[in-house]
Design a protein around this ligand. Structure first.
Ligand SMILES: CCCCCCCCCCCCCCCCCCCC(=O)SCCNC(=O)CCNC(=O)[C@H](O)C(C)(C)COP(=O)(O)OP(=O)(O)OC[C@H]1O[C@@H](n2cnc3c(N)ncnc32)[C@H](O)[C@@H]1OP(=O)(O)O
Ligand SMILES: NC(=O)C1=CN([C@@H]2O[C@H](COP(=O)(O)OP(=O)(O)OC[C@H]3O[C@@H](n4cnc5c(N)ncnc54)[C@H](OP(=O)(O)O)[C@@H]3O)[C@@H](O)[C@H]2O)C=CC1
Length: 513
């Protein structure tokens, strides 16, 4: 019997960010391995015209939860969606709901965050710092609370090269930042943002670092642990391989590459691609929840959930395998044939952006205009290249994360728990994982049918022929122009022609074409 699964039996668990990528996988695993848990409270806001109940209904009826329904048929009764907006005071939770949460909660998993790189500082602080502070205040009023697990990111200190499992202070205290957000106007905040974030690349990593400081400062008597995952990717094994439901991290780029929009990127092939499957993160999170509640470590432990030092993969290998998978299972209706050129040179990268990205978009828009349709490719390409430029920071550097606490925890688990809550990425086969990831993107994100593969392959063959035709025509035009202007080119041309088409000595080059 798994000790961790047994631990969650009968417990009331509060999850923030349960509608997000990681939150859904966390809920799924909890219900599947501990179907006798008492209740999972989730803080959910309304979104896109859907009520909280409708959102929960949609999640529970998704493919991700198919196995759960077999082991826990009354899952609908065990999930309690509480309306909450983490941007509001007291999260806009009703008095009755708040009372229930305060008196019943045993474990908190705080996953909610804004993960956008370009969020204005005010918004990122509100969600990643202030909301964490408020949740800790709530937690301090929960008499039955056994553990508070905060999800951060391995990149919260990405300004450092070697990162230990400790909290590094930011120059300006989080409390001062929170206070200043209340009285500074947006224009001033925008102006001081680059100075505040310093050598971090975006407001996301900066506010996640501030969030960790808040956790440390406000921990009081709480049993707290922090998890720092690196780049979270599709599921490795559970509940099935390749599940993914958003564009963050590599997923969006895999689509852009598979559809032939993105064919080259400024990336360092040998840099470590520190990807970590979402089910691995969830397994570690649940193990940490158990360990923190049962063993009550004296200080706040930080766990790095990374792959680089256990089983490194690099971007070059990843790009190669992604491309190889497109050969077997191409995406439908590609704009161009997929390609994955990695260059570390900024000028080369700009050249390819012009030639391989912007020019085809302009030509396609011209074609759309000619055929009476609205041009859209240039706009789409500009957005894509903006996205890529924001991700470039992470694909041109390698980091070293120490993993003492994660390894210590692994050794504390029984063989059964090591199996059920496996977070040992040394067992991960990257080639297989990446192939399943690409397949998952095709099935669960693009919702493409496997039956369409022959047609997709046929489409790629057509694109290849168009590509050859286009290049030949371009070459001939360029050559014709050159011959008209240069005697040397003419001599070379006739020299070749003489060898290729005429018996030796039968034709003399003409002096004019
Ligand atoms: C030659 C290519 C070979 C490719 C094969 C190999 C793959 C290599 C992959 C390399 C990936 C590197 C990833 C590094 C990530 C580091 C993560 C750090 C870890 C964390 O803790 S952060 C959590 C992850 N967070 C993110 O990833 C958020 C990133 N996204 C954003 O911040 C915003 O979406 C962004 C990029 C600022 C864009 O914002 P905006 O322009 O306002 O618009 P939208 O968000 O509405 O999206 C616009 C448009 O772009 C599409 N989109 C969104 N995100 C991505 C993405 N990650 N990749 C590609 N495309 C994306 C979105 O669908 C929209 O498309 P439309 O068609 O609707 O216009
Ligand atoms: N994805 C990754 O690559 C990595 C993620 N992480 C961390 O993991 C955690 C989970 O990330 P992930 O699941 O990928 O992120 P998602 O963006 O998928 O999910 C974010 C969650 O936060 C919720 N949320 C955001 N704003 C509010 C709000 N105002 N009120 C209530 N809920 C809100 C979202 O709700 P809604 O559905 O309503 O928008 C959603 O449930 C985050 O802390 C992130 O920093 C760390 C490393 C890498």
């Amino acid at each position: 019997m798994s000790m961790i699964a047994a631990f969650y039996g009968g417990k009331s668990i509060l999850i923030t960010g349960a509608t997000g990528f990681m939150g859904k996988v966390l809920m799924e695993k909890l219900f599947r391995t501990s179907p006798d848990l008492k209740v999972i409270y989730i803080l959910v806001r309304t979104k896109a015209g859907q009520t909280t109940q409708q959102r929960v209904f949609q999640i529970l009826n998704s493919k991700l939860f198919e196995k759960v329904k077999e082991v826990c048929p009354n899952v609908h009764e065990k999930i309690r969606a509480i309306y909450a907006d983490l941007n509001q005071n007291d999260f806009a939770i009703s008095k009755e709901d708040m009372q229930e949460l305060l008196s019943c909660t045993n474990i908190i998993f705080h996953c909610a965050a804004t993960v956008r790189f370009d969020d204005p500082l005010r918004h990122a602080v509100q969600l990643n710092v202030t909301a964490t502070q408020q949740l800790l205040l709530m937690a301090s009023q929960m008499p039955k609370l056994e553990a508070f697990i905060h999800i951060s990111t391995a990149f919260s200190n990405c300004n450092l090269k070697h990162i230990d499992e400790v909290i590094y202070p930011c120059p300006v205290e989080p409390k001062k930042i929170i206070d200043s957000m209340e009285w500074l106007d947006d224009a001033i905040i925008d102006e001081i943002t680059p100075k505040l974030i310093g050598d971090r690349p975006n407001t996301y990593t900066y506010t996640k670092a501030l969030g960790e400081m808040v956790v440390q400062q406000e921990s009081g008597n709480l049993n707290i642990a922090i998890i720092r995952p690196s780049i979270v990717g599709a599921t490795w094994q559970e509940p099935f391989p390749g599940w993914v439901d958003n564009l963050n991290g590599p997923s969006g780029l895999i689509i852009a590459a598979g559809k032939g929009f993105l064919r080259s990127i400024r990336a360092t092939p040998m840099a470590v691609a520190d990807l970590i499957p979402v089910d691995t993160v969830v397994n570690l999170t649940l193990a940490v929840g158990w360990y923190t509640a049962v063993h009550r470590p004296k200080s706040t432990l930080i766990y790095h959930c990374t792959s680089g030092n256990f089983n490194p993969c690099n971007w070059g290998k990843m790009g190669f395998q992604v491309l190889a998978t497109f050969e077997k299972v191409p995406f439908e209706r590609a704009f161009r044939r997929p390609n994955a050129d990695f260059t570390t040179n900024t000028i080369t990268s700009q050249y390819w952006n012009a030639v391989s990205h912007r020019a085809p978009a302009i030509i396609y828009d011209f074609y759309l205009r000619l055929t009476g349709r609205k041009p859209r490719m240039t706009k789409l390409m500009n957005r894509l290249l903006r996205t890529v430029s924001m991700l470039e920071y992470f694909v041109n550097r390698s980091w070293e994360w120490s993993t003492y606490n994660t390894e210590m925890l692994m050794s504390e688990l029984s063989p059964e728990d090591q199996r059920v809550f496996n977070f040992d990425v040394r067992q991960l086969n990257w080639l297989e994982y990446i192939e399943n990831y690409v397949l998952g993107v095709k099935k669960y994100l693009l919702k493409e049918d496997m039956a369409g593969i022959p047609e997709a392959k046929q489409h790629l063959r057509r694109l290849r022929n168009i590509h050859y035709l286009f290049n030949t025509a371009l070459f001939l035009i360029a050559w014709r122009l050159l011959i008209a202007r240069s005697q040397m080119a003419r001599n070379v041309w006739f020299f070749i022609m003489r060898f290729d088409f005429f018996p030796s000595g039968s034709l003399q080059p003409r002096s004019k074409v």
